[in-house]
Design a protein around this ligand. Structure first.
Ligand code: ZN
Length: 251
C-alpha cells in the first residue's frame, strides 16, 4: 500500500478519531494505532500530526487514497473500535459515517465487521497486558500473570482525552504547568463540585466547575491561574441565556 505522507496522516487521523470518539484512549487501542502506523510505514512525526488533527474540533473523517485503501482504512477503524470489547455507540457512528462516505452497503459493512472479529480471534501474536505489561496472546480474556480481565484492565487504564464543558454555572480549565501557583490551582480545582482531567496536546488539562452561587470559589481559582499560560474561563453570556442546553462558552 503506497501512500503519500499527507495520505498517511489522514489515514491515521481517521483511526485515532474512532478511538477518541468515546472520550478515552485505552492501552489496547494505543497498541493497535502503533501497529497500523508501522504497517503503513508512517513516521512518528506523521503520527503526531495525525493525533493533533484528530484532536481538533474542526476535524472531519475523510476517506483518502484508492478505493482499496479506503476499505483497508475502514477495516482498521472497525478493528480499533472492537478491540476494547464491544462496538461503542459513539465509535460505531463514526465508523458507519465513514462506511457510507466510501459507498459500502449495510450488508457489506456487516461482512467486514464479522471478518475483522474472526481475524482478531485467530491472531497468534501477543500484546502487553494493560495492567502488568506481560506479553499475552491477543485473544486472551485473562492475563496468565496477574489474573486481570483484559477488557476490565484495559478500561481502567484508559486515558481520558476529552471532557464535556458543563451547561451551567462557571467552569475553568487549565493545563499542567511549572508555574509556582499550579499546585494550589490543582488543590482548589479538586475541591470543586465538578473536577475532571483529560490529556490534550500531550498535556494534562483540568476542568473545574461550580454553580453560579459559588462564584467566589471559582474566582479563587481564576486568581490563581493568572500565572498560567494555558487556561480558559467558560460562562454563559447573558444574550444566550435562553439557550440552556448548550455548553458554556469561553470568555
Ligand atoms: Zn497482567
Amino acid at each position: 500500500m503506497e501512500l503519500t505522507d499527507k495520505e498517511r496522516i489522514a489515514y491515521l487521523a481517521n483511526i485515532i478519531a474512532v478511538a477518541r470518539a468515546d472520550g478515552r484512549i485505552s492501552p489496547m487501542e494505543k497498541s493497535v494505532i502503533t501497529r497500523i502506523q508501522k504497517r503503513i510505514k508512517a513516521k512518528k512525526s506523521e503520527l503526531n500530526k495525525a493525533e493533533s488533527r484528530a484532536e481538533s474540533s474542526e476535524f472531519e473523517i475523510t476517506p483518502v487514497g484508492r478505493f482499496s485503501v479506503k476499505i483497508q482504512n475502514l477495516e482498521d477503524m472497525i478493528h480499533i473500535s472492537v478491540v476494547d470489547g464491544s462496538l461503542d455507540t459513539s465509535e460505531k457512528s463514526v465508523v458507519i459515517e465513514f462506511a457510507k462516505a466510501v459507498g459500502v452497503t449495510q450488508e457489506q459493512f456487516k461482512t467486514i465487521v464479522a471478518e475483522v472479529k474472526n481475524y482478531l480471534a485467530s491472531e497468534t501474536n501477543t500484546v502487553p497486558c494493560p495492567k502488568c505489561e506481560t506479553p499475552i496472546p491477543r485473544s486472551a480474556k485473562f492475563c496468565p500473570n496477574c489474573g486481570s480481565s483484559i477488557l476490565e484492565a484495559d478500561k481502567e487504564a484508559a486515558i481520558a482525552v476529552s471532557y464535556e464543558i458543563p451547561k451551567s454555572g462557571l467552569a475553568l480549565e487549565f493545563a499542567e504547568s511549572t508555574a509556582s501557583s499550579f499546585p494550589e490551582a490543582v488543590r482548589i480545582a479538586k475541591a470543586a463540585p465538578i473536577c475532571t482531567t483529560a490529556v490534550k496536546g500531550k498535556k494534562t488539562w483540568y476542568l473545574a466547575a461550580w454553580p453560579t452561587i459559588e462564584i467566589l470559589e471559582a474566582m479563587k481559582l481564576a486568581n490563581n491561574l493568572k500565572g498560567l499560560r494555558n487556561r480558559c474561563v467558560f460562562r454563559r453570556i447573558p444574550s444566550t441565556h435562553s439557550d440552556l442546553n448548550r455548553p458554556l462558552i469561553p470568555i
